[in-house]
Design a protein around this ligand. Structure first.
Ligand SMILES: O=C(O)CCC(=O)C(=O)O
Ligand SMILES: [Fe+2]
Length: 343
C-alpha cells in the first residue's frame, strides 16, 4: 500500500468509496497537472463525423461498407458498430451486471480483489508510483479466454450475463478480424491466426460523479496496446473522448451499438496504415458512468502483463512495440512504421 500522507487516500482505496463518504471531496492525488488541462481543446462539433458502420453489411462483403471501414481505421482509428447481432437484452444484461457489481458493498466487491497470478479482479491492477495522479474510476478485470486460464472466481460474480455477452462479442470480434484481414489484402482468417491464441480481457469501468470534473480525469489518456478493443458504454452519458489534432472529440453513445478502436499491435501489423488513437474518459457532476471494454491481445503481449500505454513508461511502450513488430500488410516497406512517435 502506498500512502501520499493524506489519510483520506491510501492507494488501496476506491474512488467510489471516497465519493460515497464525501461527494464534494477531490483528494490531492486525483488533481490533474495544469499542463494536462491546458492541452484541452473542445472539438465536440466533430462528434458527428466519427464513422458508424453496419457489421452485417461488412460481414456480407458489401464493398462500400468495407471501404468505409478502411477509411475509418485510417482517419479516425475509432468507429461505432451497429447491426452487430448481439441482442439488446444481452447488452442490457451486461450493463445491469456491471451496475450490480459496483453497487455491492465494498466488503463484497473486495472478495474479487485483483489477483496477481491471474491478472484479473477488482482494484488497481499494477503498482502506482508515489507521485502518480490517480484516475477517477474503479475497475473490474475479467479474463474471458482462453478458457483454461479463466479467473477462478469468475463464475460467482456476474456469470450469466457476462457469458452471454462473451459469446456474442467473440463472434463480433471474429467478424471484425475477418473484415480487417480482407481490407488489408490478406486471407480472411489471417489476423485471427496471428494471435496464436486469442486472449480476451474484459474491463468493467465505473466512473462516479465528480463535483469538479475539470480537476480530474476518469481515465488518463492512453492507447490500447492490443489488436482491437470493443467498448460498450452507457446509452445516455458521454465520457469517452478521442484525440484529434490538438483536441478531444467526444464519442456520443448510440444506443445498442458498440465502439471499436484499433490497438497498437494492429497499427504495427498494418505497417502504420491504421491508427491506434489516444483516448481518455472524463467525468461529470451529475451522472455516474459505466463502460465495458473488451481487449483482444495476442498471446506474447498478454505475457508482458500490460495492455494499456498509460500503465507503462513511454520508453517501455516504444521498445515493446519494436519487439513485437511483425508487418504483414501487403505492398509496404517494413521501415514505414518504425519512425512513428506516439508521445
Ligand atoms: O470508459 C471509456 O469510455 C474508456 C475506456 C477505455 O478506454 C479503456 O478501458 O481502455
Ligand atoms: Fe482504452
Amino acid at each position: 500500500m502506498v500512502s501520499n500522507g493524506d489519510p483520506a487516500v491510501e492507494k488501496s482505496e476506491f474512488i467510489q468509496e471516497i465519493v460515497r463518504r464525501n461527494p464534494s471531496c477531490i483528494p490531492e492525488r486525483y488533481h490533474r497537472r495544469e499542463e494536462d488541462k491546458a492541452k484541452y481543446v473542445d472539438m465536440s462539433a466533430l462528434a458527428e463525423d466519427i464513422p458508424v458502420l453496419d457489421l452485417t453489411l461488412l460481414s456480407n462483403g458489401n464493398k462500400e461498407e468495407l471501404q468505409k471501414l478502411d477509411n475509418a481505421c485510417k482517419d479516425w482509428g475509432f468507429f461505432q458498430v451497429t447491426n452487430h447481432g448481439i441482442a439488446a437484452e444481452v447488452l442490457q444484461g451486461t450493463k445491469k451486471a456491471t451496475a450490480d457489481f459496483f453497487n455491492l458493498p465494498i466488503q463484497e466487491k473486495t472478495k474479487y480483489s485483483f489477483h496477481p497470478e491471474f491478472k484479473t479482479g477488482y482494484g488497481q491492477p499494477f503498482p502506482v508510483a508515489e507521485n502518480e495522479i490517480l484516475d477517477w474510476s474503479d475497475s473490474l478485470l475479467l479474463l474471458l479466454g482462453p478458457s483454461q486460464n479463466r479467473f477462478p472466481n469468475f463464475g460467482s460474480c456476474c456469470k450469466g450475463a457476462v457469458e452471454a455477452y462473451s459469446d456474442g462479442i467473440r463472434k463480433v470480434t471474429e467478424e471484425l478480424f475477418g473484415c480487417l484481414s480482407l481490407i488489408m489484402g490478406l486471407e480472411k482468417d489471417t489476423l485471427l491466426g496471428l494471435h496464436e491464441e486469442l486472449t480476451t480481457v474484459m474491463q468493467m469501468n465505473y466512473y462516479p460523479l465528480c463535483s469538479r470534473p475539470d480537476q480530474v480525469l476518469g481515465l488518463t489518456s492512453h492507447t490500447d496496446l492490443g489488436t482491437i478493443a470493443i467498448l460498450m458504454q452507457d446509452d445516455d452519458v458521454t465520457g469517452l473522448q478521442i484525440r484529434h489534432n490538438e483536441g478531444w472529440v467526444p464519442v456520443k453513445p448510440l444506443p445498442n451499438s458498440m465502439v471499436m478502436n484499433i490497438g497498437d499491435i494492429l497499427e504495427i501489423w498494418s505497417n502504420g496504415k491504421y491508427k491506434s488513437i489516444e483516448h481518455r474518459a472524463v467525468t461529470n457532476e451529475t451522472r455516474e458512468r459505466k463502460s465495458v471494454g473488451l481487449f483482444s491481445l495476442h498471446t506474447p503481449q498478454w505475457k508482458l502483463n500490460h495492455w494499456k500505454t498509460s500503465w507503462l513508461p513511454k520508453s517501455v511502450v516504444e521498445s515493446t512495440k519494436r519487439s513485437s513488430m511483425v508487418i504483414i500488410s501487403k505492398g509496404q516497406s517494413s521501415e514505414g512504421s518504425r519512425g512513428r512517435n506516439t508521445s
